[in-house]
Design a protein around this ligand. Structure first.
Ligand SMILES: [Zn+2]
Length: 62
């Protein structure tokens, strides 16, 4: 049983490392910015709405 638990822990660690790697790759690939540039060149790493005007953030490729 102990062997099973450690095998599961290693597997979870591997999955966690892999998914955090692909997440950071995604962040580098695209950023989000208000189409009205309310906050100048400020960009966000997640889609959402502008904190100033509420418009949907647009994906910007660097
Ligand atoms: Zn805005």
């Amino acid at each position: 049983m102990k062997k099973f638990i450690s095998a599961t822990a290693v597997l979870l660690l591997f999955i966690g490392t892999f998914s955090s790697c692909s997440n950071s790759a995604k962040t580098e690939a695209a950023v989000y910015q208000c189409p009205m540039k309310c906050e100048g060149e400020k960009t966000y790493d997640k889609a959402g709405s502008c904190a100033v005007c509420g418009m949907e953030l647009e994906e910007v490729k660097k």
